[in-house]
Design a binder for this molecule. Structure first.
Ligand SMILES: C[S@@+](CC[C@H](N)C(=O)[O-])C[C@H]1O[C@@H](n2cnc3c(N)ncnc32)[C@H](O)[C@@H]1O
Length: 186
C-alpha cells in the first residue's frame, strides 16, 4: 500500500484525514518516546496502512504485544493480510470502543497508547469517550502519544490527564503536533 491507496481511502472515508502515510522522520520522532528495551503492551489507534505498526514491531521485544484499532475496513483488512506477526492483533472498530475488545486482564496494563486518529473530527462526547477509555486502559505511568495537525487537543487532554508535553514535526504532510501525556497515580 502507499500514497495511492491512501488517497483512494481518503476520498471514500473522510476519517482517513490524510492523503499520505506519516513520514519515517515523524514516525521515529514519535516512537523515540517509547522504551523498547522492556516487554510492553501497545495499543495503536488509526494505524492506517501500518507505517507506525511496522516500526513498532521491528523494535519491540519478542514478548511485547501490539493491539491495532482501525475504523477503516480496507486498512484493517490490509493490516491483517500484510502483518503476519503473533505479537499483533487488528480490530476493525472505533477507538472509543477499545474497552469492548480488550481482555479484562489487559485493562489498566497498557504501557503506551499511540494515536493518529483525527480528534478534531470527533464530537466532544466521542472525543471524551476516547480519552477516558485511554486513561482506563493505561497503567499508572503509562503514556498516551498522539500526533495531530494542531494544538486543539491540549484542553481536553489537560482535563482528562492533567499533564501534557508537546513538540512539533514540520517536515511531514501535514505538519504534526506530537503530544505526550502520562497517566499519573500508583
Ligand atoms: C491520519 S491517518 C493516520 C494513519 C497512519 N497511522 C499514519 O500515520 O500514516 C488516520 C487513521 O485513523 C483512522 N481512524 C479515524 N478515526 C478513527 C477512529 N475513531 N477509530 C479508529 N481509527 C480511526 C483512519 O481510518 C486512518 O487510518
Amino acid at each position: 500500500m502507499g500514497t495511492l491507496k491512501f488517497i483512494k481511502n481518503f476520498i471514500k472515508d473522510r476519517d482517513v484525514a490524510s492523503i499520505t502515510p506519516t513520514s519515517t522522520r515523524c514516525v521515529v520522532k514519535v516512537c523515540n518516546h517509547i522504551d523498547f528495551s522492556k516487554d510492553i503492551l501497545i495499543v495503536e489507534y488509526g494505524p492506517g496502512d501500518g507505517v507506525f505498526s511496522r516500526y513498532l514491531l521491528d523494535h519491540m521485544t519478542p514478548d511485547s504485544r501490539l493491539i491495532m484499532i482501525e475504523s477503516n475496513e480496507d486498512f484493517a483488512r490490509h493490516l491483517r493480510e500484510s502483518i503476519a506477526d503473533p505479537r499483533a492483533e487488528v480490530f476493525n472498530i472505533l477507538a472509543g470502543d477499545v474497552i469492548d475488545i480488550m481482555s479484562p486482564d489487559d485493562i489498566g496494563k497498557v504501557d503506551y497508547v499511540l494515536s493518529g486518529i483525527p480528534f478534531s473530527f470527533l464530537k466532544p462526547v466521542r472525543k471524551m469517550k476516547v480519552l477516558e477509555s485511554t486513561k482506563t486502559i493505561l497503567r499508572a505511568g503509562g503514556k498516551f502519544l498522539a500526533y495531530q495537525t494542531s494544538g486543539h487537543l491540549k484542553k481536553p487532554l489537560l482535563r482528562v490527564f492533567g499533564n501534557l508535553e508537546t513538540e512539533r514535526e514540520m517536515l511531514n504532510i501535514p505538519p504534526y503536533v506530537i503530544y505526550e501525556v502520562k497517566k499519573n497515580g500508583v
